[in-house]
Every structure is written in C-alpha cells, then in structure tokens.
Design a protein around this ligand. Sequence first.
Ligand SMILES: Cc1ncc(COP(=O)(O)O)c(C=O)c1O
Length: 371
Amino acid sequence: MKVPMLDLTREYKRIKGEVMSKVEAVFDEQAFILGKHVKELEENLRVYLGVRDVIGVSSGTDALLISLMALGVGEGDEVILPSFTFFATASSVARLGAKPVFADIDIETYNILPEEIEKKITKKTKVIMPVHLYGHPAEIDKIIEIAENYNLEVVEDNAQAIGSEFNGKKTGSFGIAGCLSFYPTKNLGGAGDGGAISTNDEEVSKKCRMIRVHGSERRYFHNIIGINGRLDEIQAAYLNARFKRIEENNNERREIAKKYNELLADLCSKEFLFTPIEKSNCKHVYHQYTIRIPKYRDKLREYLLENGVGCDVYYPLPLHLQKAFSYLGYKEGSLPNTEKASSEVLSLPIFPGLTDDEISFVSETIHKFFR
Ligand SMILES: Cc1ncc(COP(=O)(O)O)c(C=O)c1O
C-alpha cells in the first residue's frame, strides 16, 4: 500500500459538479475581478468567523502584509512572532522595514508562549503576531491581555486554522486582524493563491479594502500607497463551493486525528513519540497531524517514505536561523523549544478522504519502525 501525504483529488471528486458550475458561471459572466463571488465569499466568512468584516485578498502572505500596512507598521517598529512558522509570517514584517522579534514556543502545542512574548516587549514593539500553528489555537486570551496591558495590536496568522476555536470563539476574531490563506493545501484551499483578512475594526477594514486596490476607494483616485492585492472571481467562486463543506471537512480531519491518537497511544505512553494535543478549551482543526519523535525523527521519516507513507517536516529550519534573517543576529540555542521542535516534528497524512485502511497502514508502519 502507498499512502500519499496529501491527495486533493479525493475531495474534488465529491464536489466536482458544484465547483465546476460555479466556476463556469464566472466565465459566462466574464467579470473576473472583485465582483459578486468575492462579495459572497466575504459574507460567508464574515458570518462563519463571527466578525464585522472580511476582505478577500490575493494570498495569505498579502493578507499579513496588508494588515500590517493598515496598522502603519514600518521602519523602527518591532513585531513579536514565533520563529516556528512559515516564512511569510516574518517576511511580511521585514518587507515593511520593521523588525521581526522571535519568541519561543510551547513544545506541546508548538505555539508562541505568552510569557516569552512579554520578555521581548520594548518601546518599539507595535504588534504581536501569534500563529495558530497546524490548526491549534495559540493562547490568544493571554496574548490579547498582554497586548492590552502594553497598548499593542494583535494580528493573528490564521492561515492554517480556519474553523479552529478558543473558548468557543473562532480564531481570527480575537485580534485587530486575522489572516487566512487559501493556498490549495489549506483546510479551505483554492485553485491557486488566495487569502482573506478578518477584522472587527471599522478603520482597519476600510484601510485594508483601500490597500488591496492600490490605496483607492474610487478608481484612479489614490488616498494612500497600496498594492494589487485582489482576490479574483474564479478563486472566490471555487472557494464558495468548497466553503459549504468546511465544517464537515474539519470534522473529518478531527476524526482522522482521533484514530491516529488511538492507534499510536502505546508508542506515546512509552515516549517513543508524542501525538498532538488538543487543549480542553480549544478546537483543533488539524491542518497538520504532527507527531514529535525525540530520537530518530529523520530515520523514521526515511523509513516511512521508503515504505510508501508520505510525511513531511514543517518546518526543518526555524526562521531565526534562516539565511534571510541572519542580519537579525540570532544564534543557535537562542530559542530552545523552537529548535527542538524543528528537529523532532513529523507530519503524517491527513486530508478529507483518507481511509481507515490507510490510517492503519501508517500506524503499522510506524510500529514496525520502533519494533
Ligand atoms: C502560517 C502561515 N502563514 C502564512 C502563510 C502564507 O499564505 P500564502 O501561501 O497563501 O501566501 C502560510 C501558508 O502558506 C502559512 O502556513
């Protein structure tokens, strides 16, 4: 048997008819930019996330960039964020001339630690940017409290966590802005690049809407400097069709995670590996099902790949040790939990349509390795 890390065709087969009729409508209408499908998607997400406004944009990366631009982040400012995340979380800060300041993570949830954030606050700090990594919420209540105490803003990188909840409330609805990605592999994935910003702040929503279209409210009249950060109609139509299944798909991911947890429990109790945790006040949406293997991670990875089980490491080199951020001067050992996670995590196949036989095969192959 072979189990792929990801197979998007399985879910597509379930919804092909509906998706194609929505996409075909865009071609029939020949209106490709910021039309009714983007509006429909924004409204769907606004209601789903329980926020005042959602703005569809060109990617998750641009959602982060536009949010920070709307908050006036620039040269001389510092933004505190995890180093254990995708590159875009920090590059969006650096692109604006501001300084990414990395704080260490919790080794159980892989999310930024509130107490580590607090240690990194200076007079220059403007924003805290937690990431709800792998689909598990960061400790957003404590982070919001710290932000309020120090008069800072919170921008949530919600790229991997659409639908996840903290104390019954959706992530992306806590900070002044939340940023979604519709990169095809995400829990709500498009047929290309796309993203969205969620916000409860009227001023931020107005600014984000302007920045997305070159800083204009009226065509050819520009109030501020913006970018071309629009979401296109084909993407929005495709996403509207897929959106209908977001809860169902997230629940399927949760079921798969539960099965893995049960099948791997014996190895977990022997501390050969650690299965992901879900805190009692959180809903995990398992964008990734990530185990941690204190010894032999790389050997297990090789073994799984050789035996037909897809798996991958997110992320093998933390951002503070990336060449692109060497100018920040971080040394190895400066973020111990982050570095530990990078050398010990391994993500296993999880996606709608993964079968019980495949889940069992993944578990059996892992058991064989440890035998
Ligand atoms: C945590 C995180 N932040 C930001 C992004 C950037 O999103 P995009 O690829 O849509 O630009 C991604 C996804 O790739 C991500 O996983």
